[in-house]
Structures are given as C-alpha cells and as structure tokens.
Write a protein that binds this ligand. Sequence first.
Ligand code: BES
Ligand code: MN
Ligand code: ZN
Length: 498
Amino acid sequence: MNYELVASAPEALAVPLLALGVPKQANKALPEALAELDSRSGGILARLFANGDFGGGRDETSVVYLSGDGPQRLLLVGVGKAADMTRSSIRRAAAVAARRARALGTGAVAFAMPETLRGAVGAKDFAQVAVEGMAQGAWQCDELKAPNDEKKPPVSSLAVVVALDEQDEAAAGFEIGRAIAEGQSLARRLQFLPPNRCTPGFLAETAQQLGKQYGFKVTVLDKPAMETEGMGALLAVNQGSATEPRFMTIEYWGAGDAPPVALVGKGITFDTGGISIKPAAQMEEMKYDMSGAAAVLGAMDVVGRLKPKLNVVGVIPSTDNMPSGTAIRPADVVNSHFGKTIEIVNTDAEGRLVLADALSYVRRFKPVAVLDAATLTGAAISVTGHVATPIMGNDEALVEEVRKAGDRAGERCWPLPMFDEFREQNKSDIADVKNSAGRAAGTITAGWFLREFVDGFSWVHLDVAGTAYTDSDSPPLPKGPAGVPTRLFAEFILGRAG
Ligand code: BES
Ligand code: MN
Ligand code: ZN
C-alpha cells in the first residue's frame, strides 16, 4: 500500500477519486467549503444537497464526475451529525470512501475534509484516522485466488489531503495512522490465512520476521522447551494435535530497564472444540481463534515502526485444538505452569488453558500492566454483540485506561463486573479449579478463570469473540477479519509512552 500526505486545495488535485467527508446538513444548503468544487461540477453539488439526494448522513455516498484538470471524480461521504463528530466518525467515513473506491475500481483514493467541516477534530487526529479508515476500507486479501484480469484493481494508494498551513501538524498524525494501518493490515492477513497455512509455526516465523525487521528480541519455545517450562495447560490442549505448538515472546525495549507493558494474545490456530467437539455449522470461523495473537503481532509491528519510549513485550501461546486418540478428555486433570491443577470439564474451553500458562509465564518480566486479548467465549457475543468488546480486570484504573484507548481507536470496550460470586463457579471438587463453569455469565467466569493465574501485576482481559471478525458486511467493514484490538493496543501503548 502507498500512503501519501498531500497539502493542497482539494479542487487542485489531479486524482481519479477525491472523497470529501461532509457532516449532516440541516438546511439542504451546500456547505460553504464546497463552493469551488460545486462550480467545477456545474452546480451539480448544490443540486444534490437541494434535492436531498445527499445530506451528509452517516454512510451516505454520492459520486459526481467533474470537468477540468482537478479530480476526475468527487465522492461525497456522509459523516453524520456535526454535533457527534469524533475521530471515530471520521475514520468510519474514510473507510466508507475506500470501500467505494474498491467498488469503482479507481485503484487510488484521496480523502479530504475541510477544516470548517471537521468540528473539534484537529489536523493531527484527522490525518491519523483518515489513513486508518481508508486502510480499513481498502483492505482485501486475494493471495489465495488465481490472478484475474477482469477484476477491478485493488486500492493500492491512499492519500490524506489537508490545507497547506496544516501540513506540519497533520504529518505527525499521518505517521501514526500509517503505522497503525500497517499493523492492523498485518493482523487481518494473519486472521484471514487458513489454519493449514497459519499454523503455530507460521505465527512464530512471523514473530521472528518482525524481530529481524525491527530489532526485537524474539524467543520461540518448541514442545520440549514447553515441557521443561512446565506449561502443562498449553501442552494439554496440544496433546491431540499432529501439529507442534509454539510459545513466543517478542521484546521491545524502548525505555531502558523500566518495567514493560505486556500484550498477551490467544493463538489457537483452529478450534474444533477437541473431544467436546463443536457443531459443523460455521466451524470454519474458528480459524479466527488466533485473532488475539494476530493483534499482538500487529501491535508489535506498530511499535517497531513508531519506536515509542516504552518497553513492550508480546506473548503468544499457540496451538490448534483437535480431537484424536491422544487428545485430552473431559475429566482429565492437568498441571498448569502457575502450579494450580485444572480439571478439564470441557475441552472446548481451551483458550483459557493456553492463556493461563501465558499469564503465569509473563511474571518473569515483572510487567506494570498486562493486557490480554482472546476470542474466548461465544457468550461475549450475547453480551455486546459485534459492537463492543467486554473488558474485565483486577485494577479499575487500568480497565478505564484501556477503555479510553479503545474509544480513541474506534474499538470500543465495555466493562463487566468481577464479583466474587462468579469466582465460586469455577471451583472444582477434585482440582484447584475447573475450566468451565457452565452457561451462566460465561464471559465473566472465563475472565475469573484467567484471573486465577494472574499474580503480581495489573491486568485486563478483552474478550474479542464478537469483535475480532464479522460474518456480515457493514458499510465501513467488509465481512471477515477486523484486526481488533490492534488499534486499541497501539493507542494504549502510545498513551503510556506520552
Ligand atoms: N473460541 C471459542 C469461543 C468463540 C465462540 C469465539 C464463537 C468466537 C465465536 C472458545 O474456545 C470456546 O469454545 N468457548 C466455549 C467455552 C465453553 C465450553 C465454556 C464457548 O464459548 O462455548
Ligand atoms: Mn473452544
Ligand atoms: Zn477457542
């Protein structure tokens, strides 16, 4: 993908497609800032507004061809009510613009929003979210299909357009946006790749590549090394598989020897459920069960690009979850890395097992804060659907800090309570804890299970089962991988780095 920041009057740009974000207009009048473009369109813009064909409502679009040597096409994109204007509403409009560019086959899109239409969103934020949004809308992955000449070309060039006097301010936001866009695209590609390609070994190779590219210290544990470490819970999940597990850590030291922030991501490359096997319908979606890991790798890519003054460690426990004659059974009891014994009552509750060992392992870094992301429970979808990510933790201030990072990132979170009563549900008659507490409050009991393995650090857990990918199109996001919570991780890190 090519990214460009352009400081110019929008009407002077010779581009195939200029998209303009426009907030909702109350009076059917052409916004003053569009007067010059209107005259180049021979008054068509004013008529679009006057007749109510375009009014700036959220996700509304209109394409107009212009004459002269400026933009070939103009795409008006509605941002919604001016009073509700945020980074997120602008990011969304930029995504809608790029999706339209894909459909039109222009190969490139430039996004502008005159200052007078942007409300309180300044040039820096504008440039950041415009790139992020365009990258989100333009993303596609055709690498598993034969090349096809008849197909519309992908969008391979994204430009953010700002006024001349905004260039310096915008440049800072543009660089952040580009880094985050690239990190999120990496996460989405990893999510997209099928489980026979995106194996634990492939995730480890990706981590090693990032290490080479950015100078991270990358450590990859194979199965014998995990046995030596005593990662009994992760190994139990891998026990039925023909594919070796991997446990990887990626270390970035950007602030001397200060205690690091750790990001932990569930890396189940395919979740059949194991002996507690899942129904066949939609089981193919379980290739996305490594979305937490993908977001950690995506966030480390952002860190490598931006080099923030902060220490960050990425941790990924990875295996698939398969049924076989060697697989773990319901009723088995396994030893965790932390030392607690776990009664397996459902082999489909495997994510919490691999994360338990990862949360235990991460103690050696003496982290100030640990954020984990996991497609952990189907119940999360019942709570906040595909709109927000349930968040839990042992430190209210950290929960709030992460929630705010999610707001900035356009990856919203909503807190669930960790009342003691929920902890009781995980009690086992025969072991220290059991891996499934049944249907009631399934997202919270899963969170409490993880918390049994958290010791000595502030921690939050993000259950991204409903947000990491979608099974239906929406205007700003095609169905498939969403890369959530890559942007949230990035915003959290940038916020901490100051
Ligand atoms: N990976 C699934 C959770 C999931 C379900 C993610 C649907 C995305 C969409 C997880 O490993 C799982 O199977 N969880 C079980 C837990 C239960 C057995 C306690 C679930 O949610 O049913
Ligand atoms: Mn499962
Ligand atoms: Zn799973």
